[in-house]
Ligand binder design. Structure first.
Ligand SMILES: NC(=O)c1ccc[n+]([C@@H]2O[C@H](COP(=O)([O-])OP(=O)(O)OC[C@H]3O[C@@H](n4cnc5c(N)ncnc54)[C@H](OP(=O)(O)O)[C@@H]3O)[C@@H](O)[C@H]2O)c1
Length: 222
């Protein structure tokens, strides 16, 4: 596949490109200031606020051609809800015109709280303190944008509560719309293993709209 990653220079986007390349896929690395020395990665300077630029980048050019799928991994600091919603709509619009799949890496806030399925994590102060609630709510708005869009070929991947650079183990547990907790009691995964889950889903789509993942420990040797 040729996989476009919008947010290619970020914590998540860079690992998705590494995982994609390790599996032999080509990558289109989209961000405002992309760079790559890998001939299998085409860096394309794109501002997610520019719908024409996003569409043109996904349409592709020699040698890698058009994207077969696009992974959206943008974010701003501080969180900008309008930017996130606008970028998501722009990618969905372009993907609809090109007939390609979208995988959005969103936030844990859009998941259901494990203690109370009627409560979103974004609204649960035991997971989301008041000072980070705007970030969580921006992610909820991003998922709402996907749900309200005419393009139906998308999947929204919510990380667990903690997502940090770490080890690529290749092991993770997958769920749908409720926050998962690992065997050690923490809701976490390494970004490297999240990227494994992204590529697994792109290669073998399960047809779920919302998915989440969590670290899975190695089984002890017998
Ligand atoms: N536990 C959780 O729920 C959790 C934890 C971490 C991350 N996340 C989510 O994972 C996703 C990725 O986060 P991250 O940590 O990888 O973010 P990050 O490291 O801050 O990277 C953000 C990316 O967005 C790009 N970007 C920002 N503004 C842009 C624009 N106008 N046009 C094009 N590209 C732009 C940046 O590239 P340039 O600056 O070069 O343009 C960069 O590649 C986000 O949705 C975030 O909310 C969730």
């Amino acid at each position: 596949m040729t996989i476009a990653v919008l947010g290619a220079t970020g914590m998540v986007g860079s690992r998705v490109i590494t995982e994609a390349r390790a599996r032999g896929h080509r990558a289109l690395a989209l961000s405002r200031k992309p760079a790559s020395g890998d001939p299998g990665v085409t860096p394309l300077a794109v501002d997610a606020r520019d719908p024409h630029a996003v569409h043109t980048a996904l349409t592709g050019s020699a040698p890698h051609g058009a994207a077969d799928a696009v992974v959206l991994t943008v974010r701003t600091t501080p969180a900008d809800r309008d930017f996130l919603v606008g970028a998501t709509r722009t990618v969905l619009d372009a993907a609809a015109r090109l007939g390609i799949r979208v995988l959005v890496v969103g936030g844990a806030g859009a998941l259901r709280s494990p203690g109370d399925g009627g409560l979103l994590v974004a609204d649960d102060p035991s997971y989301v303190p008041a000072e980070v609630r705007p970030v969580a709510l921006a992610g909820v708005a991003q998922l709402d944008t996907c749900r309200g869009h005419a393009h139906t070929d998308w999947v929204f991947l919510c990380p667990p509560a903690l997502l940090e650079p770490g080890e690529r183990t290749g092991r993770y547990r997958r769920g749908t719309d409720t926050l998962l907790t690992a065997a050690d009691g923490r809701s976490w995964i390494s970004v490297e293993d999240l990227a494994v889950a992204v590529l697994d889903e792109l290669e073998h789509p399960r047809g779920e709209r919302v998915m989440t993942v969590v670290h899975e420990a190695a089984r002890p040797c017998a």
